[in-house]
Design a protein around this ligand. Structure first.
Ligand SMILES: Cc1ncc(COP(=O)(O)O)c(C=O)c1O
Length: 490
């Protein structure tokens, strides 16, 4: 959109009514409206707060904008230095119309746009720089080098035992596990319908059939009842995904799996540190797979880890990861393997990150507590839960937008975006997506419903409580305006 078209969307005439202004504010997802005269000269501003106050003062939908616009406003000069205009913004002056020499609006500078709040930021403030510099100065930058081994040991120590092998990503970790168990054509693998596509992609890459099942309405993780209904003689594995940091209900999943000789590959990409009945995820099933993409609880840039209590499967995954080569006889290939190794550089980051895991989890817990405390008061928001048997690590604090909120999820996302708050829709249901036509699906109404309503709010290792407050205040404010507008008399 050209700058000219962008500013035109904000403009209304002096004869506009409250109804027109509300429609315009809605079309702008809550952004400011500029009131101009016939010559295009700026005469007043209207924010959603002005609309609320007008309705409280008894203005009706047909009241004219001149009765409730703010006439005393601060403006900047479009030709002025950007830094000088920025200085005019404050917690009181959150929108600054920038005018040409004749007084016509050219652009709007908003406080929020300068304070963009991303969904997630990695926190690399520990030993990351030292360890990476150590790799660079020693020359050990590829997958051979001391940090890979140190990171793997630190990781299994954190999980409390088992074996850990670092991989190039969470996806390659999942693929290694399936290949190690010989999953292939003719086999079925049960996958929750609500997850990131990588969980199902690896099944398809093995030539097996992903079978999509529904999720539990409270935790939005794999529903054991749905799993039970999906089992056939061809079922070889299930991939419970501990989605958004909440563990699956593992006991019934393990019982079903053991009874039907099904391998359990936990997808822990989003749930490092989450616990089920006091046990960390990743060593409850047969294999655990973690991701260290930049938005995860800890990051190595890209990277992953496979974990298991079974030394034989650990050995097989280790060989498969390294071209399928025998450890004793170099260039002798036992399996057609892969290069799914992690580099020493990535592992250096990983070691520095896992050293800080307790701090990261404590911060996330604080963020989630504050969100829940504040948002419980906002009608129409479904908040994430922590089942009695669970420790949720709140990878992303994901809410469901109910009709009582007064606007749908997509509209709310736009309103938050105007306030420079980045959010993310939850995953689309996997069944029915073009990539998975070879799959099979059981009915998945819960997944479909949450996919249409779910929104992840900023959550991260270095998000401050003030930033959480800003998100909550924005949600409260948007909800409040919706209610007030609904109450306006004709
Ligand atoms: C549930 C889930 N599984 C698997 C993956 C894949 O991990 P990666 O991106 O490291 O390949 C991700 C995230 O990216 C994920 O969220």
């Amino acid at each position: 959109m050209s700058a000219n078209a962008a500013i035109q969307r904000h403009l209304v005439g002096l004869d506009s009514t409250l109804k027109d202004v509300v429609a315009r504010i809605n079309a702008l997802s809550g952004d400011i409206v500029l009131v101009v005269n016939d010559d295009g000269i700026l005469k007043g501003l209207v924010t959603d707060g002005d609309v609320r106050r007008a309705i409280l003062r008894g203005k009706t939908t047909s009241s004219v904008v001149t009765e409730f616009m703010t006439e005393q406003f601060t403006s900047g000069r479009a030709a002025a230095d950007h830094a000088d205009n920025v200085k005019l913004l404050s917690t009181k002056i959150r929108h600054l119309p920038l005018l040409d020499d004749a007084g016509r609006p050219v652009a709007v500078l908003s406080w929020a746009s300068l304070m963009r709040l991303p969904l997630v930021r990695p926190d690399l403030g520990g030993n990351e720089m030292n360890y990476v510099m150590d790799c660079v100065s020693s020359g050990w930058v590829s997958s051979i080098g001391p940090y890979v081994d140190k990171f793997e040991r630190a990781f299994s120590a954190y999980l409390g035992g088992g074996h850990a092998r670092a991989t190039s990503s969470g996806t390659t970790a999942l693929h290694l596990a399936l290949v190690a168990y010989g999953i292939g054509p003719g086999d079925e693998v049960i996958v929750p319908d609500l997850t990131f596509g990588a969980t199902a992609n690896v099944v398809v890459h093995c030539g097996a059939t992903p079978v999509f099942v529904d999720v539990d309405p409270r935790t939005v993780t794999l529903d054991p009842k749905a799993m039970a209904a999906a089992i056939t003689p061809r079922t070889k594995a299930v991939i419970p995904v501990h989605l958004y940091g909440h563990p699956c209900d593992m006991d019934p999943i393990m019982d079903l799996a053991r009874a039907h000789n099904i391998k359990v590959i936990e997808d822990c990409a989003e749930s490092l540190g989450a616990e089920y009945k006091g046990r960390k995820v990743g060593l409850i099933g047969d294999v655990g797979c973690f991701s260290f993409f930049a938005n995860k609880v800890i990051t190595t840039g890209e990277g992953g880890m496979v974990t298991t209590n079974d030394p034989a499967i650990h050995e097989k995954m280790s060989i498969l990861r390294d071209h399928g080569m025998s450890k004793e006889r170099r260039y002798w290939h036992l399996y057609p393997g892969f290069n799914y190794r992690m580099t020493n550089l990535q592992a250096a980051l990983g070691l520095a990150q896992i050293e800080q895991i307790e701090k990261f989890l404590a911060i996330r817990n604080g963020i989630a507590k504050r969100y829940t405390q504040r948002l419980l008061r906002v009608p129409g928001l479904q908040l994430p839960v922590q089942a009695p048997w669970a420790k949720n690590i709140y990878w992303l604090y994901s809410i469901g937008v109910r009709p009582e909120f007064g606007m749908d999820r997509d509209t709310l996302r736009s309103h938050l975006s105007v306030r420079a708050i980045e959010t993310r829709d939850v995953f689309y249901p996997l069944h029915g997506q073009p990539a998975y036509t070879s799959g099979r699906a059981l009915p998945c109404p819960v997944s479909a419903d949450f996919a249409a309503r779910g929104l992840s709010l900023p959550t991260g290792n270095d998000l401050t409580i003030e930033e959480v407050e800003r998100v909550c205040a924005a949600l409260e404010d948007i909800a409040h305006t919706q209610r007030m507008v609904g109450m306006a008399k004709a």
